[in-house]
Design a protein around this ligand. Structure first.
Ligand code: NDP
Length: 345
């Protein structure tokens, strides 16, 4: 019998979640059956979509049941195996409970090459968020050289990838981020031509004016990560036939910002003949090898940069998640659950 600590959903939040919605527990893992293996988590990813899984609303991933462990993408090491495809010591990526250890039958678990990149990169720049940015720019927004793109949450895990790929293909890149430090990073590290501080702007009108100054020929593509005030600011600046890649709307996940009235938004989409396309990265999984073939060499050559915010230990996960929802992260939000053998090597 192996014991593990895990974090469960204690209650469903109404509005902004708090520490009271999580509970740290000790659980006993079952003995391994044939075809199963046990993993020791090393790095765990915290992502905005997890807020949706805390609510009962129907979405593209089912809600977490109250009392059940929260789930996350994680890089882990196989500790013990009765599975023909995995041996102790293998490093893997999979979706596991927020826990120190877990038992799995290997469904959805893939091996990670520990020499190709730092292990944590498989949760960020080379993982789901990086791939989301690549898919959104290439297959949804279809950004082209010479066009102007606005990227919200520009220094986040998704946004920082979009900024760098868009810049590399010759687009004019205008980031929107929270605070002067993040804006400086968007320009200096991620190649944005300009970055506007949405938290410093008194209202959507002021932010919109600042966007107009940086986009004198209008905005062709909006990579939408946030909704809220930023969406209100960008919409009037869109060019006719512009495209919006609707990736996320974090400002509204907990109802902190009230949405603008629908009729003027709808009217703008009509009058400007905009294409608004929502997308979910998992629908595009078949393109992951193509993404990796392009981006892994760029990462190796230092042509793609990224930042990580690391919380230490499983117990810190709820606070780190709440901080992520409020913009407390700089780049990919991770939790270091256990020792990273590659970092020690
Ligand atoms: P980030 O690393 O960008 O972290 C979230 C950021 O959102 C915060 O750092 C903060 O940045 C910003 N934010 C929070 N509240 C607000 C607000 N009220 N207004 C404006 N910005 C806010 O997260 P990810 O890169 O992982 O995700 C970015 C977006 O992409 C999210 O909306 C997420 O749900 C979505 N997503 C969608 C996927 C899909 O398949 N469609 C897949 C992956 C992610 P700042 O300090 O700059 O304000």
């Amino acid at each position: 019998m192996t014991e593990t600590r895990q974090i469960v959903l204690a209650a469903r939040p109404e509005g902004e979640p708090g520490p009271e919605h999580f509970r740290l527990e000790t659980a006993t893992l079952p003995a391994l059956a044939e075809g199963q293996f046990r993993v020791r988590l090393i790095w765990m990813s915290l992502d905005p979509y997890m807020r949706g899984r805390m609510s009962a609303a129907k979405s593209y991933v089912p809600p977490i049941a109250v009392g059940a462990p929260m789930q996350a993408g994680a890089v882990a090491e196989v500790a013990e195996s009765r599975h023909p495809g995995f041996v102790a010591g293998d490093v893997v990526f999979g979706y596991f409970p927020w826990a120190e250890q877990a038992v799995t039958d290997g469904a959805g678990v893939t091996k990670v090459d520990p020499k190709a990149a730092p292990l944590s990169a498989w949760l960020g720049v080379l993982g789901m968020p990086g791939f989301t940015g690549w898919i959104g720019l290439n297959r949804v927004a279809r950004g082209k050289a010479g066009e102007t793109i606005v990227v919200s949450a520009a220094t986040g895990a998704v946004g920082s990838m979009v900024c760098q790929l868009a810049k590399a293909r010759g687009m004019r890149v205008i980031g929107v981020a929270g605070g002067a430090a993040k804006c400086a990073r968007a320009v200096l590290d991620y190649g944005a031509d300009a970055c506007l501080d949405h938290r410093g702007a008194p209202d959507a009108r002021a932010l919109s004016k600042a966007i107009a100054e940086q986009a004198p020929d209008g905005v062709d593509v909006y990579f939408e990560n946030v909704g809220g005030k930023t969406l209100e600011a960008v919409l009037p600046r869109m060019n006719d036939h512009g495209r919006i890649a609707l990736c996320g709307a974090i400002a509204w996940y907990s109802g902190a910002e009230s949405p603008p009235p629908l009729p003027p938004v709808w009217q703008t989409i009509l009058v400007k003949r905009l294409t608004v396309q929502g997308f979910i990265v998992t629908d595009h999984q078949a393109h992951y090898p193509e993404f990796l073939a392009e981006v892994l060499p760029m990462v190796g050559a230092g042509r793609i940069r990224w930042a990580e915010t690391v919380a230490e230990g499983l117990g810190s996960a709820p606070a780190a998640f709440l901080s992520l929802l409020r913009g407390g992260n700089d780049g990919k939000q991770l939790v270091r659950i256990g020792a990273d053998p590659e970092a020690a090597a």
